[in-house]
Design a protein around this ligand. Structure first.
Ligand code: NAP
Length: 278
């Protein structure tokens, strides 16, 4: 008998803070679908068993969040080439034959959030500075390259990780020392923070924007708080700013489409529903 009640969810450890249930359950309700999206706290030692259980339980798939995004790649049957380049998956889709396919939509979400904030945004308009070289940075760098960016400067506290990205992704990506951040931004058109600095409970990112060109766009992958000290400083100087909420909301769209067969929109109502929980 075909299961007409579609279930998906998110695996993380811890996972109680995830806003994904609000997003997906909002769309399920909006589109009058039969289904539910749940939180799955999965101990790292049980990740393989949990992922392999998706098919047995009849789930449509799940999102994968911290700390499982890299390890989960070991436990699926096929990985989208884009996710392979990013080195992590954030979505699993159970196929009709039971095979588990892994995807990463973080970069899609990031680019969509940029275009939403500035529809005229052009990827090759000038230098792009990426602060950080972790998972979010990898997803964003790969997506910027695929959009046509020509000059991406990666700066990271641990310089070796920035160098690894430059080596892996070729001449479009250059590693700069963390202490060179003020020179690096002096002629850039887009500045992106992908470090955890500025997040609720963390120290602020130490950066002075006086050398940043006036027209530069400033974005932060963080969404708690919605306005990080970096974005507050940028806004005060008159820059267009983009917070991490758009990335979070937009990355959810292709996963929802794969599981529920409806491509949902990011509406003001959805945005408000998530902001109310921050
Ligand atoms: P990650 O892989 O752990 O990377 C963390 C990054 O932050 C690394 O580059 C790390 O540098 C840097 N960092 C941490 N503490 C630092 C410090 N005290 N000084 C300087 N740099 C520091 O984490 P991630 O998954 O990339 O996530 C990074 C941020 O993006 C988080 O705030 C996360 O919430 C956000 N994010 C948002 C979305 C969204 O949908 N909006 C999606 C994914 C992630 P080292 O290499 O030197 O340790």
């Amino acid at each position: 008998m075909k299961n007409t009640f579609t279930v998906a969810g998110v695996m993380g450890w811890p996972v109680a803070h995830s806003r994904s249930p609000i997003i997906h359950n909002h769309w399920i309700h909006q589109h009058h679908l039969k289904g539910a999206y749940a939180l799955f706290p999965v101990n790292p030692l049980r990740l393989e068993a949990a992922i392999r259980g998706l098919q047995a339980l009849g789930l449509a798939g799940c999102n994968i969040t911290i700390p499982h995004k890299v390890e989960a790649m070991q436990h699926v049957d096929w990985i989208d080439p884009l996710a392979k380049r990013m080195g992590a998956i954030n979505t699993i889709v159970v196929q009709a034959d039971g095979a588990l396919h892994g995807y990463n939509h973080d970069g899609f979400g990031y680019i969509a959030s940029l275009r939403e904030a500035q529809p005229s945004w052009q990827p090759n308009a000038g230098a792009i500075v990426v602060l950080g070289a972790g998972g979010a940075a990898r997803a964003i760098v790969v997506s910027l390259m695929d959009q046509g960016a020509q000059d991406i400067r990666v700066l990271n506290r641990t310089f070796g990780k920035a160098q690894d990205l430059a080596y892996e992704f070729g001449s479009v990506v250059t590693a700069y020392d963390w202490d060179e951040r003020h020179e690096a931004i002096s002629d850039c058109v887009l500045l992106i923070n992908t470090t955890s600095l500025g997040m609720h409970g963390q120290a602020a990112l130490e950066i002075e924007l006086s050398q940043l060109p006036r027209a530069a766009l400033v974005s932060d992958a963080i969404y708690v708080p919605l306005e990080t000290p970096l974005l507050a400083q940028a806004r005060a100087r008159g820059h267009t700013t983009v917070n991490g909420l758009g990335m979070l909301l937009h990355q959810a769209r292709p996963a929802f489409h794969a599981w529920f067969d409806v491509m949902p929109d990011v509406t003001a109502e959805l945005r408000q529903a998530v902001i109310a929980t921050l």
